[in-house]
Write a protein that binds this ligand. Structure first.
Ligand code: GDP
Length: 391
């Protein structure tokens, strides 16, 4: 599906950069247009793939290019002040081919946390196409300020979008991803999952490989719905040498090799698809949640055409229907001629039982109460400290 993407703040910009890299190296073409918005000059300078003219510095008159110091109210002001410039930058390359908008931000900081809901709201007012959010939740050990910012921002982001797809940094860290190299591994994981989802609906790039079972953008849009939260599962497997399509197989036939097809039997392909679907659903989700609270789901199976089959995809859909106890499960494939892996992506949309968000809100409320108490004590103690008896 063709997206116009706006990355707001540091995390928003860095993840946008990785999605552009993913799109360029795989030639998938799902990024129609990309704009990075930030109040910090150094963050914009650090981007590698967003073209210079699509990097917008906002709030110079307020923070002079130095960022918001993790203050979402300042972030919101910086973005509001430049909303018409952001609008023009997005509008410059938005065409009738744009299927949807995606606004990306880390919800625990300042610029993205305060600014992303404002950008999403404005795009929703101007365009008829859906506006989605990709929100990054802070890990629990980042502390109270980040939790408060994220809890407030999430509420506003959900209200301003058709769906917020969430990625929990804390869950990724506990699953063994490292923060070394400034989130490099985590951002790679984000680009793989969301790049797979959005490129799956971009069927123009597939040429002759389009089969009737292929997922198109309307299926993604119907799965994401009108409002709510989404979590994504993913699993992939390298195909054994004998089953890979492309150059190797052709060459061996060229050299007088076996005339038999080199691919595994359809039974193997079916089993592989169903076992990957289980791993994707039951393994690490971008937002850990109770799977049976899903409102709508989608399974996308990608890989070389010979490793995909209708039977496997149907079995995967049935299994997901039973596991999520949800009847609105769509399924399809995304054939990629040159791939040597089969991957399954599972979209759990409209999830409502999310313990992480309850903890986030609790952490936010505790931190708010503690900050108020501390402020009151500090005022009192400062008065005691400065007052003295003149006698
Ligand atoms: P902003 O520039 O003021 O919007 O602040 P940031 O984008 O730095 O947002 C802060 C939050 O985003 C932090 O609490 C982190 O949880 C998260 N974060 C920052 N950078 C990255 C990144 O590169 N990747 C990911 N996954 N999360 C990030």
């Amino acid at each position: 599906m063709k997206l116009a993407i706006v990355g707001v703040g540091q995390a928003g910009g860095k993840i946008l950069d990785r999605l552009l890299e993913y799109d360029a190296t795989r030639n998938t073409g799902f990024v129609g247009h990309a704009v990075a918005v930030n109040s910090a000059t150094t963050d914009l300078d650090g981007l590698a793939h967003v073209p210079e003219r699509d990097r917008l510095l906002v709030g110079s008159a307020i923070v002079n290019g130095h960022g918001t110091g993790t203050d979402p109210e300042v972030g919101e002001r910086c973005v509001r002040e430049e909303l018409s410039e952001i609008e023009s930058a997005v509008g410059r390359a938005t065409t009738s081919h744009t299927d949807a908008f995606l606004v990306i931000a880390g919800l625990g900081g300042g610029t993205g946390s305060g600014g992303a809901p404002i950008v999403a709201e404005r795009l929703g007012e101007i365009y008829a196409e859906p506006v989605y959010g990709l929100g990054i939740l802070p890990s629990e050990d980042e502390g109270g300020i980040y939790s408060r910012n994220a809890a407030d921002s999430l509420q506003r982001f959900v209200a301003a979008t058709n769906n917020v797809l969430l990625f929990d940094n804390g869950a990724a860290k506990s699953a063994g991803e490292t923060l070394s190299g400034g989130y490099a591994d985590i951002n790679q994981e984000i680009a793989t999952r969301f790049g797979t989802l959005f490129s799956a609906g971009e069927i123009d790039a597939l040429g002759d490989d389009v089969a009737e079972s292929v997922v198109d953008s309307s299926e993604i849009i119907n799965t994401l719905g009108e409002r709510g939260l989404t979590s994504i599962g993913y699993a992939s497997e390298q195909l054994p040498q004998a089953e890979r399509g492309g150059g190797g197989g052709l060459l061996s036939r060229f050299l007088g090799g076996d005339d038999e097809p080199e691919f595994a039997s359809s039974g193997d392909a079916t089993n592989r698809i169903t076992s990957l679907t289980r791993r994707a659903t039951l393994g690490q989700l971008t937002l850990p949640c109770e799977r049976s609270s899903t409102s709508r789901a989608l399974v996308i199976v990608s890989g070389p055409p010979d490793a995909l089959n209708r039977k496997g995809i149907d079995a995967a859909r049935r299994w997901l229907e039973e596991t999520t106890e949800c009847r609105a499960v769509r399924a399809g494939d995304y054939p990629l001629a040159d791939e040597d892996r089969v991957a399954v992506l599972v979209v759990l949309s409209g999830v409502t039982d999310v313990p992480r968000i309850e903890r986030l809100q609790q952490q936010a409320a505790d931190s708010e109460a503690e900050a108020e108490a501390r402020e009151a004590t500090s005022e009192e103690k400062t008065r005691d400290l400065l007052e003295y008896d003149e006698e």
